[in-house]
Design a binder for this molecule. Structure first.
Ligand code: 5GP
Ligand code: MG
Length: 188
């Protein structure tokens, strides 16, 4: 009986090409955790997860880090229900804990124009952490409008809109276990 097998869940029609499947993502996250560990040493890391897109990435990455980890979340919205940025990023949901003197690691899903990461770094710097590094699962350097790079990058991708593994299109597809392109003419 294959009925009920979660591994054979149907692929939505509007999904285009799968760029990274579950195992490619898991392997790369282990490598990222190793790279972060090498740079950071054994000291505590304060992860700031950029909601909502980085939720799943953060959960998986945090569990691969060997250092003690604290996790806080910040909500940033730049896309609304569109596939291109509609405004400058807006922060809401203030951090629960202070980050003064902490080694902060910003975790975000994707670095695109750079507005979000650059605004986030400026905002967090004012809270006087001892260091700020950033880790993004995906990087689209072709789209950069602000000069900012992440310290750790999972995969570099061309200028294509992608969904899955936390990334949405109008709040859909975040729970797909892979990262894929989407046919926006078909997506509702
Ligand atoms: P930036 O401010 O760098 O342009 O945008 C970063 C944010 O835009 C990401 O955190 C993500 O929420 C959203 N974004 C950028 N490119 C994509 C994409 O290809 N797919 C999805 N789902 N979101 C994206
Ligand atoms: Mg985001």
């Amino acid at each position: 009986m294959t009925t009920g097998d979660m591994r054979t869940r149907p692929m939505p029609n509007e999904i285009g090409t799968i760029l990274f499947d579950e195992s490619a993502i898991a392997n790369r996250i282990q490598e990222l955790a190793n790279e972060i560990g090498e740079q950071n040493g054994s000291g505590e890391i304060t992860i700031i997860c950029a909601l909502t897109g980085a939720l799943i990435f953060t959960a998986d990455l945090a569990r691969k880090l060997e250092s003690p980890v604290k996790i806080d979340c910040i909500r940033i919205e730049s896309y609304g229900n569109h596939s291109s940025a509609v405004s400058t990023p807006e922060f809401s949901a203030p951090l629960k804990n202070g980050i003064k003197g902490k080694n902060v690691l910003i975790v975000d899903d994707i670095l695109d124009t750079g507005h979000t990461l650059s605004a986030l770094i400026s905002y967090l710097k004012r809270l006087r952490p001892s260091s700020i590094r950033s880790c993004v699962l995906l990087d689209k350097p072709a789209r950069r409008e602000v000069e900012v790079n992440a310290d750790f990058v999972g995969f570099t991708i061309p200028d294509q809109f992608v969904v899955g593994y936390g990334l949405d299109y109008a709040e859909q597809y975040r729970s797909l276990p892979y990262i894929a392109t989407i046919d926006q003419s078909v997506a509702s």
